[in-house]
Design a binder for this molecule. Structure first.
Ligand code: NAP
Ligand code: MG
Length: 485
């Protein structure tokens, strides 16, 4: 006789692991001049799967000799690449985009294994958005003179590009696609905890027959990036990462005549007015701070709630937190995956300790058992946060939210802008006039209205103040990769 089902059984969580194959080699070389090769001194590092703490692969650590070789290869490829008819350059970008779509599942698995983000995010956000960036910029390649009417547009030269670990393939696409569309050549350095998707993107370049040297991928540690930034053979440096390293790079580049764009950290405000649709706003808060384990430069990490709805919002937030599934990133149901590295987990834990010591109240719910291995941090929020608290001022880069209240729009604006950063902001209200007034006065590169963490290749992204300068995406993003005469 069939087993009698209880009501609670019907709602049991059934595991749904991603099972498609994705081969990972035991060792990867540097991609220079169209081929993979070992580092000049044979140096290797290991990249882990942060959800299991098991090694995934070893990769070469680029030395200053390798940086020199990569820059020379990019320089040698430049004259032919920039003279190629623009529509032919565009065709290469279209081919890269299409190949990324064809291999999307494999890229998503690799991204999730190497970085710890849930498979549903790498599958639905990172990889499709990366392909979109190549498609979008493919379209621009032969229309650059129309992008800047009355001017004639030409490439800048060899571009050094350094990217972080939170959106490894997407950041590579944000950097490489506009550079190539504008006729530049590239040396790109991925982060040391997530080198694998950039290296696999190099396979795509080989598949589509991209001429040798047009893109070089140099894996390695911070020193590899430092030596790329200091190399006299690059004409432009594009960096996404921490504000501290951004400041070092600004000094490196100062007085050299190199172009520089910086996409740095943030402490973005998400502002909820009492006339907002509360349930949607709660979803927006969740998406704003817990998406990608809070490893998002524009995360809505400071929540400002109008006083009259503070209790309702925090109660709903707590209920919603309970339903978030934390754990195996390869499971298609997982909402919050693994923290990218042990170092980042320690940083997040130390911010949580400090917040408690400074007197804020921690709300962390238990949402199921965590795996015994791996780097995990349950999503949480703090109430009773004062503007002077560390958690209200410094970037945590983890799933931790600081909740504060306000009474008037003026107070919300003042407090939201009271930060050295200016990357993004969110506004939740039913009133269009309030949206226009607030959006115009918030000092942030992106202001989302009744939504949060939405990205689009056609829309420029970038910061104010210590969040950096320059824009990526949209027509504005092309500017950094062009000489206009
Ligand atoms: P990070 O330490 O600044 O590293 C970013 C990249 O720079 C990595 O490839 C890193 O290599 C390299 N690097 C480290 N030290 C360097 C040096 N002295 N010279 C040249 N390159 C160097 O930042 P992260 O911890 O990887 O990333 C988190 C930060 O990035 C957060 O602050 C976040 O807000 C910011 N971020 C900003 C945006 C944006 O668009 N505004 C987007 C994503 C992330 P290693 O990996 O080998 O150390
Ligand atoms: Mg890794």
């Amino acid at each position: 006789m069939a087993k009698k089902l209880k009501f609670s059984d019907a709602w049991k969580y059934a595991e749904a692991p991603e099972s498609a194959p994705c081969a990972i080699a035991s060792e990867y070389g540097l991609f220079i001049d169209g081929d993979y090769r070992p580092a000049s001194d044979g140096g290797l590092m290991t990249t882990l799967n942060p959800a299991t703490e098991k090694p995934l692969a070893q990769f070469a650590v680029g030395t200053s000799q390798d940086v020199d070789d990569a820059v020379k290869s990019a320089r040698a490829a430049l004259p032919k690449w920039k003279r190629l008819p623009a529509k032919e350059r565009g065709k290469y970008l279209f081919r890269i985009a299409r190949r990324l779509q064809e291999r999307a599942r494999e890229f998503a698995i690799l991204e999730t294994k190497d970085g710890g983000k849930p498979i549903k995010e790498s599958r639905d956000v990172d990889i499709p958005e990366a392909a979109k960036h190549f498609f979008y910029h493919a379209g621009w390649a032969d229309k650059l003179d129309y992008a800047f009417p009355g001017r004639s547009a030409g490439p800048v030269g060899v571009c050094g590009q350094i990217i972080p670990w939170n959106f490894p393939l997407l950041m590579a696409a944000w950097k490489i696609a506009p550079a190539l569309a504008c006729g530049n050549t590239v040396v790109l350095k991925p982060a040391e905890t997530t080198p694998l998707t950039a290296l696999r993107l190099a396979e795509v370049f080989q598949e589509v027959g991209l001429p040798r040297g047009v893109v070089n991928i140099l894996t390695g540690a911070g020193e590899t990036g430092a030596s790329l930034a200091a190399h006299p053979g690059i004409q432009k440096l594009a960096f996404t990462g921490s504000t501290d390293v951004g400041k070092i790079l600004a000094k490196t580049v100062a007085g050299t005549g190199k172009r520089l764009t910086l996409e740095l950290g943030g402490k973005s405000p998400n502002i909820i007015f009492s006339d907002a649709a509360i349930d949607q706003a709660v979803e927006g808060i969740i998406n704003g701070i817990y998406f990608n384990q809070g490893h998002v430069c524009c995360a809505g990490s400071r929540l400002f709630v109008q006083e009259s709805i503070l209790e309702e919002v925090t109660t709903k937030l707590e209920i919603r937190l309970k339903s978030l599934r934390v754990g195996d990133p390869m499971d298609k149901n997982t909402d919050v995956g693994a923290i990218n590295s042990k170092g980042q987990l320690n940083t997040i834990r130390s911010y949580i300790r400090t917040a408690k010591e400074e007197g804020a109240r921690h709300c962390q719910v238990s949402n199921g058992k965590l795996p015994s291995k791996g780097y995990w941090c349950r999503p949480s929020f703090f109430t009773g946060v004062q503007p002077s608290h560390t958690i209200a001022q410094e970037e945590i880069f983890g799933p931790v939210l600081a909740v504060m209240s306000f009474r008037t729009p003026e107070e919300a604006l003042k407090r939201a802008n009271n930060t050295p950063y200016g990357l993004a902001a969110g506004i939740w209200t039913d009133k269009g006039a309030k949206i226009f007034e607030m959006a115009a006065r918030l000092k942030a590169g992106v202001v989302w209205c009744n939504t949060y963490n939405r990205f689009d290749a056609t829309s420029p992204f970038g910061g104010f103040k210590e969040s950096g300068f320059g824009r990526e995406g949209g027509r504005q993003g092309l500017r950094a990769y062009l000489e206009l005469v």
